[in-house]
Design a protein around this ligand. Structure first.
Ligand code: NAP
Ligand code: GLV
Length: 313
């Protein structure tokens, strides 16, 4: 089988080496512009459109991330870009769920124990004890109960926090109050103290973090966005912070990445910024997962993680 690899800013040699060990019979090559030679599989992250030109031979495209918005954006902008023959398959956890749980738990506990405020007090050499937030009303709402959201919600519940979760289809998760579908969105948001976003970025979910959404949360709520920058209406966040409707935000993802140096978020002390690192793609785990799925496709079996192009995730 012939496998194309494309992942900008990565150590392609190390990836190809690991894939060669996992799939000794495969002919692997890093895709370069101008390469239109046949291939059976592509393993990619943020591929250029040209990579797919004339590739009706591809059986599957493996996305080296959980979110497939970049790859589907190619198809939206230029319908017909993605080969009809190929399934698009995304990473499922592959070591990202524990990372995401660590990141979100850290951010939630930082707000609950008011470390954000103590950090600002320290900068002013101010010694002042603050009343703790009562745990019983420090409700965390997790948008998206998929592979990552469900794990995050369960982890937060294990700290004894009240946790809600929201998804498209109904779910049952021990210790988590679940809500499903547009009709239950407002009930999910009502009085939430920390809103965590783990939705995929689709036509239905873009701009979901906006003034209307923030208004339904508890006054002085916090936002943690670890999904995509396109979910957040940036000016609405700045306005909500100015009004005190939101007390802080932890953002890992942005409409433009890297976040430009003159972006107003850098100047807002109540916004905590990280450079899209909440859950990174781990090479070893990802190679094993993708290799096992390639073998399954070769045997004619169905695999999980196949993207529904109509839903967008
Ligand atoms: P997933 O397993 O596909 O889960 C998506 C969840 O969102 C599902 O529960 C789904 O509901 C729900 N959902 C989708 N559209 C919805 C809608 N319109 N209304 C309500 N719920 C909706 O995805 P995942 O693996 O957990 O990953 C989630 C996202 O995290 C990715 O798409 C990516 O953007 C982001 N991510 C970020 C990083 C980072 O480093 N910042 C790393 C990895 C992933 P159903 O269960 O009913 O289908
Ligand atoms: C990272 O953002 C991913 O989608 O895996």
């Amino acid at each position: 089988m012939r496998i194309l690899f494309y992942m900008p800013h990565s150590d392609a040699g190390a990836w190809l080496h690991d894939f060669a060990r996992a799939l000794p019979d495969a002919a692997l090559r890093e895709w370069q512009p101008g390469d239109h030679a046949p291939a059976d599989f592509a393993v990619v992250w943020r591929p250029p459109r040209e990579m797919f030109a004339g590739r009706d031979d591809l059986r599957a495209v493996f996305n080296l991330g959980a979110g497939v918005d970049a790859i589907l954006a190619l198809e939206h902008a230029h319908p017909g870009t993605l080969p009809r023959s190929a399934q698009i398959v995304r990473l499922e956890d592959s070591g990202m769920a524990p990372q995401m749980a660590e990141y979100v738990t850290h951010a939630v506990l930082r707000y609950m124990r008011r470390f954000d405020e103590y950090e600002r007090q320290q900068a002013e050499r101010s010694w002042k004890e603050l009343d703790p937030h009562p745990r019983a009303t420090f409700t965390v709402g997790v948008l998206g109960l998929g592979v990552l959201g469900a794990h995050v919600a369960k982890t937060l519940a294990s700290f004894g926090l009240p946790v809600r979760g929201y998804s498209r289809s109904a779910k049952q998760i021990d210790g988590v109050s679940t809500y499903a579908g547009d009709a239950h969105f407002d009930a999910f948001l009502d009085g939430v103290k920390v809103l965590v976003n783990l939705l995929p970025h689709t036509l239905d979910t873009r701009n979901v973090l906006n003034t209307r959404t923030f208004a339904k949360l508890a006054h002085g709520a916090y936002l943690i966005n670890v999904a995509r920058g396109g979910h957040l209406v940036e000016q609405d966040l700045l306005d909500a912070l100015a009004r005190g409707q939101l007390a802080g935000a932890t953002l890992d993802v942005f409409r433009e990445e890297p976040l430009p140096p003159d972006h107003p978020f850098w100047q807002e002390p109540r916004i905590t910024i990280t450079p899209h690192i909440s859950a990174v793609t781990l090479r070893e785990d990802s190679v094993v997962q993708v290799a096992r799925k390639i073998e399954a496709v070769m045997r004619g079996e169905t695999v999980t993680g196949v993207v529904d192009l109509a839903r967008g995730y």
